[in-house]
Design a protein around this ligand. Structure first.
Ligand SMILES: [Zn+2]
Ligand SMILES: [Zn+2]
Length: 186
C-alpha cells in the first residue's frame, strides 16, 4: 500500500480540541478485496471526520460513504447501493505501545490505532467499515422474486406457467400410480 494514502491525516495541521477533516479516496487506495463478489465501486470513498485532539491522543469519529454496483443474487440484475458506516477510533503514539509486552498490547489495542507523531493513517479503518457494509449476498430488493429455475424468466417483470406445469405433472404421476394399483388388485 502506498504510504501517502488519501486517508492519511497530517497531525501537524490538527489543532488541540476538535476539528473537522474530510478525506476523498478511491477503492484502490484502501486495498479492498471483494473476494470474488461481482461488484464495482462507483465514485470515490469519502470520509468526513471530527477529530478531537489532546496532546498526542486523538479521538476520530466519522462517516464513511461510497456507492457500489452489484448483481442481485436472485434476478441477476445490476443494482446500485449506497454504503455508509460509522468510523470511531482512538489513536495514540506508537512509542506508547512499544514499551509494553505483547500481552498488554493485545488487551489494550482494541479500537486503538497508533500514529508515528506525524501521520495517522485511517486506510485500514475505512476498509474495515466498508467490509461490514458491503452486501456479501446482494439482493436488489427483499421482495425480489428472482428467476424461474425452469425457463429462466425474470419473475419480477414477467410470469410463466412452469410452476403450474410442474404441479400438473406431479398430479399426473400420482394418477398413474393409482391406476397401476387399481389394475394390480383387480
Ligand atoms: Zn433481484
Ligand atoms: Zn418458468
Amino acid at each position: 500500500m502506498a504510504s501517502d494514502t488519501p486517508f492519511r491525516l497530517g497531525l501537524n495541521v490538527v489543532e488541540d480540541g476538535s476539528s473537522h477533516h474530510e478525506f476523498v479516496g478511491e477503492v484502490a487506495d484502501i486495498d479492498f478485496d471483494l473476494e470474488g463478489l461481482e461488484a464495482e465501486f462507483l465514485g470515490p470513498i469519502v470520509l468526513r471526520a471530527e477529530v478531537y485532539r489532546v496532546g498526542e491522543r486523538f479521538e476520530v469519529k466519522g462517516l464513511v460513504r461510497t456507492r457500489l454496483r452489484v448483481h442481485c443474487g436472485r434476478c441477476l440484475e445490476d443494482f446500485e447501493r449506497a454504503l455508509e458506516g460509522d468510523l470511531k477510533i482512538y489513536a495514540d503514539t506508537r512509542s506508547r505501545r512499544d514499551g509494553r509486552t505483547n500481552e498488554e498490547t493485545r488487551e489494550e489495542d482494541l479500537g486503538i490505532v497508533y500514529h508515528d507523531g506525524q501521520y495517522l493513517d485511517l486506510s485500514d479503518e475505512v476498509r474495515q467499515v466498508l467490509l461490514v457494509e458491503v452486501p456479501w449476498n446482494p439482493v436488489c430488493k427483499s421482495e425480489c422474486r428472482g428467476l424461474c429455475p425452469t425457463c429462466g424468466i425474470d419473475r419480477n417483470v414477467d410470469s410463466c406457467r412452469c410452476d403450474e406445469d410442474q404441479i400438473d405433472s406431479r398430479w399426473g404421476a400420482l394418477q398413474k400410480l393409482k391406476d397401476q394399483n387399481r389394475s394390480s388388485t383387480e
